[in-house]
Design a protein around this ligand. Structure first.
Ligand code: SAM
Length: 458
């Protein structure tokens, strides 16, 4: 938008820019076009703009794809945008409180915003936190925040924020903007950053909850040595330093992201949990673990009435499409939200699709009721009591499995097994209804059968 148009629009609305809402309007049109171009929006690709203001970026996003939503807190500006872009979905609301899980039903979503500085970090964490349907974000931030996001070790900008975002997102600092491109001009400069999800297997997996806890502890007092900050973590410090190849006097900012992940996996292993979860190691090692497990498994082969007729290896059972047994478990939290898991990329069926909270085959000689709690423990790393809520006959959709569906209650946090799961999160039942209807292709077919059964029963 040109400066004169911005001024005329504000006059028409009878408003002055509101400082407390971080209202600084971009008046450099080339820059607006350039920012949007970095997202490489394809026609019909879903996008969301946060804090659209008078629509400086919006018009360039709309020119590329009509499939957008904007979220604007100022009711006067939301009204202005409704007049300016009548076909656009405009949410009059607070972007820092927006429930990102609603976006899964739209498919992968690209996000953009020249963000209001006072609430940038909350918005950033809201849209990048797990689970997130976001495939790329471009944000204009206060320069200092943009630098902290993209910092490398051994710098003063590098810290907990860098690592907490950086474990799952690649951050690219694209350019610095002077205050003069905005009206009114802020005193400080801005930085434009592009965030994209880290590609599969680029970094070793680790327990995300533990990683966050350790990083926050590690940077709690920057000037102190890491050993002191992590005193409560009960780590064998000398063994850890040897493992990481660092000095005993090292500080939090001297460890790279990879070393923080290695530290987390060391902590997992020393907590006695290593045997439970093949967490850590390289991506290839994890794949090997998964493959070994798969090849060793023997299943009961059953008939249409679920009577055992023999035993064969997993491989043969699947190859010959023989009937066998499996459990699915729906884990609910105290609000009644259901935890969905995103299947690991190593899975031989439905990799990276969304699935029941936990699920697995019944091994030869085992029974459904014992398999269900064991799967919860193996995949989610917690113990929970299960209650059977239904059964499904074998079909192509279940992968020729007789399925027993169980429910359990647990609020997390879970210690997700990276060989089995790529991630997960709690969703409201209404969100899952909308998502399964809009995008069934995002789900493992066995889950869709269980979901239909569950929705028919409740
Ligand atoms: N995108 C426009 C541009 O580049 O000209 C406006 C950018 S201005 C820096 C920030 C915008 O965010 C303002 O329109 C402001 O009203 C809006 N805003 C402030 N707080 C918000 C919040 N919590 N949620 C959504 N929008 C917000």
């Amino acid at each position: 938008m040109k400066l004169s148009t911005i001024q005329a629009s504000l006059d028409q609305l009878g408003m002055e820019p509101t400082r407390s809402l971080g209202q600084n309007f971009l008046h450099d049109q080339n820059l607006a076009d350039w920012i949007v171009a970095q997202l490489k929006l394809q026609p019909d690709e879903a996008w969301v703009e946060l804090g659209p203001g008078l629509g400086a970026l919006t018009e360039y996003a709309l020119a590329r794809s009509q499939n957008g939503i904007v979220i604007e807190k100022d009711g006067r500006l939301a009204g202005f945008l409704r007049d300016r872009f009548p076909a656009l979905e405009i949410v009059h609301g607070d972007a820092s409180e927006f429930d990102v899980r609603d976006l899964f039903a739209r498919g992968p979503v690209k996000v953009l915003g020249n963000l209001p500085y006072y609430v940038s970090s909350q918005i950033l964490f809201g849209f990048t936190g797990e689970p997130s349907p976001v495939s790329a974000l471009i944000f204009t931030l206060q320069k200092e925040l943009a630098e902290r996001l993209s910092a490398g070790p051994w710098t003063k900008e590098y810290g907990a924020l860098t690592l907490l975002i950086g474990r799952r997102w690649k951050v690219k600092y694209l350019r610095t903007l002077p205050g003069s491109v905005f009206m009114p001009a802020p005193k400080i400069e801005s930085g434009v950053v592009l965030l994209t999800p880290r590609p599969a297997g680029e970094l070793p997996a680790c327990d995300g909850v533990l990683f966050t806890r350790l990083v926050k502890m590690g940077f709690a007092q920057r000037r102190k040595q890491l050993r002191k900050n992590l005193a409560d973590a009960n780590l064998d410090w000398l063994a850890l330093c040897a493992h990481l190849g660092v000095k005993e006097t090292t500080r939090a900012e001297e460890l790279s992201l990879e070393q923080w992940i290695a530290l987390t996996n060391f902590a997992t292993a020393s907590g006695g949990a290593a045997g439970q979860h093949p967490a850590g190691g390289t991506a290839a090692q994890q794949l090997e673990h998964a493959a070994q497990d798969v090849h060793g498994e023997i299943f009961d082969v059953v008939d249409a009435e679920d009577r055992v007729t023999g035993q064969l290896s997993r491989h043969e059972v699947h190859r010959q499409k023989l009937l066998h047994r499996a459990v699915h478990i729906f884990v609910f939290n105290e609000h009644g939200d259901l935890f969905l898991q995103r299947r690991s990329r190593w899975k031989d069926t439905h990799p990276l699709r969304w699935d029941s909270s936990a699920a697995g085959h019944v091994n030869a000689g085992d029974i459904y009721a014992d398999t269900a709690p064991r799967e919860i423990e193996e995949e989610l790393g917690v113990n929970a009591t299960v209650e059977e809520i239904g059964a499904l006959p074998p079909s192509q959709a279940t992968g020729w499995e007789h399925v027993r569906l169980y429910r359990a209650q647990h609020d997390g946090p879970f210690r997700l097994n990276p060989a089995e799961l790529d991630g997960g999160g709690f969703f409201t039942l209404e969100q899952i209804d909308r998502w399964t209807t809009a995008r069934p292709q995002d789900f493992a077919t066995g889950f869709l059968e269980c979901w239909r059964l569950f929705r028919a029963e409740v």
